[in-house]
Design a protein around this ligand. Structure first.
Ligand code: NAI
Length: 252
């Protein structure tokens, strides 16, 4: 399939996990793709790496301009860079709240702000934000992370309204727990990684983690020119976690 032929895309956090899977899928389907990440080393061909920290406005502006220059414009922005935070509302000091919100929320603001002048010149401009099930479901020990993703969901809708008449669509995906290097790091940090993995699997009605490829496919659908009538939409890719209420597996 080459439905992204002629499109130029930038994927933040494109060097790992969901971002890398998305960048590869868009490239496989014909897009010219740049990965903007802290250290975008060792990317598979034909992905192009651009080093930038989404918390640094000047660096972001330079990187987005360099991406647009290199790719000959910009049609698709995938705001995917993000970091986690564990604990209740009592767990983290102010500095950590500012750090996580700076990456997960203001990072999207910086990248989108820098990209909009290019997107306005595109025939099918779209911004896809990687949000989370944490935006819509109360999860234990995720106060800060959930606050950041709740803000991402609201920001998605507000940006969709602001830019719809300029021909720029803004959408989001809400993944459940995805089997990425991030989640593997979280598991490794627990006392019993096998038990923690079993608990994460059991939390999802499908009984398994979501794959990066499944989230990438959802992002690609939303980003594709065929989804031109879809904006302000948040697509759950969560193994049914948001909408379903299951009986325990042993019950009949
Ligand atoms: P990952 O840790 O495998 O990849 C994240 C990438 O973002 C890394 O390459 C990292 O270097 C980059 N990054 C982090 N901070 C950055 C910064 N300041 N500037 C530029 N790049 C930065 O993580 P994963 O799991 O692929 O997560 C990607 C997105 O998906 C995040 O926004 C996360 O919140 C979201 N998400 C992940 C879920 C999961 O279960 N893995 C579930 C729901 C949402």
């Amino acid at each position: 399939m080459d439905d992204f032929s002629g499109c130029a895309a930038v994927v933040t956090g494109g060097a790992s996990g969901i971002g890398l899977a998305t960048a590869q899928l868009l490239a496989d389907r014909g897009a010219r793709v740049a990965c903007l990440d802290l250290r975008p080393d060792g990317l598979p061909s034909p992905l192009l790496g651009f080093a930038a920290d989404v918390t640094d406005d000047a660096t972001v502006r330079r990187a987005v301009a360099a991406v647009a220059d290199t790719l000959g414009g910009l049609d698709i922005v995938i705001n995917n860079a993000g970091i986690g935070a564990v604990g209740s509302v009592e767990a983290n000091p102010d500095a950590e709240w500012h750090r996580v919100l700076d990456v997960n929320v203001v990072g999207i603001v910086r990248v989108t702000r820098a990209a909009l002048p290019y997107l306005r010149r595109s025939a099918h401009a779209v911004v896809v934000n990687t949000c989370s099930i944490a935006a819509t479901a109360g999860l234990p020990e995720r106060a800060l992370y959930s606050a950041s993703k709740g803000a991402v969901q609201s920001l998605t809708l507000a940006m969709a309204a602001d830019h719809v008449r300029e021909g720029v669509r803004v959408v989001a995906v809400n993944p459940g727990t995805v089997d990425t290097p991030w989640v593997r790091r979280l598991l490794d940090a627990t006392a019993d990684p096998a038990a923690e993995l079993a608990a994460l699997r059991a939390r999802q009605p499908t009984g398994r983690l979501v794959s990066s490829a499944e989230v990438a496919a959802a992002i690609a659908y939303l980003a594709s020119p065929q989804a031109g009538a879809t904006t302000g939409t948040v697509l759950a890719v969560d193994g049914g976690m948001h909408g379903l209420r299951m009986r325990p597996p042993t019950a009949t």
